[in-house]
Write a protein that binds this ligand. Sequence first.
Ligand SMILES: Nc1nc2c(ncn2[C@@H]2O[C@H](COP(=O)(O)OP(=O)(O)OP(=O)(O)O)[C@@H](O)[C@H]2O)c(=O)[nH]1
Length: 296
Amino acid sequence: MTDFRSGFACMVGRPNAGKSTLTNALVGQKVAITSERPQTTRHTIRGIVHRPDAQLVLVDTPGLHRPRTLLGERLNALVRDTLTEVDVVVFCLPADQKVGPGDRYIAAQLAQVSSPVIAVATKADLIGRGRLAEHLLAISQLGEFADIVPVSAVDGYQVEVLTDVIVGHLPPGPALYPDGELTDEPEVVMVAELVREAALEGVRDELPHSLAVVVDEIVAREGPTPMLDVRVNLYVERDSQKAIIIGKGGARLRDVGSEARRGIEALLGTRVFLDLHVKVAKDWQRDPKQLGRMGF
Ligand SMILES: Nc1nc2c(ncn2[C@@H]2O[C@H](COP(=O)(O)OP(=O)(O)OP(=O)(O)O)[C@@H](O)[C@H]2O)c(=O)[nH]1
């Protein structure tokens, strides 16, 4: 394919602007952790959008804040470096709030960045057409933007359009990550590690290097109380190893599940439903295709 495009986009915006939720909507699966509390996104998180014509790697930054301390300044310098490295910056401005000093501060920072900036009016579902038009006008007066796109990550309004617009700013190039890879955010790696630790407890000698743990998905459950469905695959090489992990009548796997769940809940700060699946992948360590699927 000659017309394939690939590259990086970075989400910026004040706390609670809807960056994580929009990242999830673009990727089509929940990868980032969202919450009502501001500043939950401490790490740079990547979600990957795979399309037949493009691959888009989304980098979710902690947000640009006005520096009050040296650490703040360093952080902002880091964020500006990230912004200069990406192919396109997505600047989120929540439609349910007026453009304010925080947005103007970020806009001023973005004016110093060479990458094209797409301004996005997020949470468009929360306001009427008249207010949305006013918001878009206020955004247009904030700086020079390559595009201005209203979206709603909640009802899906214009999410496809935004993906097309972002992809339009990516350079031609091959896919950067293997298909099916959703994220390499630190939380996912740590969730896998917690499950691995629990699964190896007491049987380490019987499963030397034979266990690969892959987080399949982390999905927020709809409902009044925050809850994540975490689905994890455990790959072993032989049926005998599968029997060890599962235990008599599944007793051991249940213990592994509750032990890992406690750690994951502490890590993510929310209730978790942990769904563990044990699979035999014969000789996975020697099979490059299987290794790729497991993220090695
Ligand atoms: N109604 C509506 N609410 C949204 C939408 N997008 C995000 N929200 C809500 O806005 C809040 C903040 O969303 P996040 O995605 O966590 O915002 P963020 O910019 O990543 O926040 P930080 O991590 O603090 O920087 C959450 O309660 C979301 O449910 C949207 O399109 N519509």
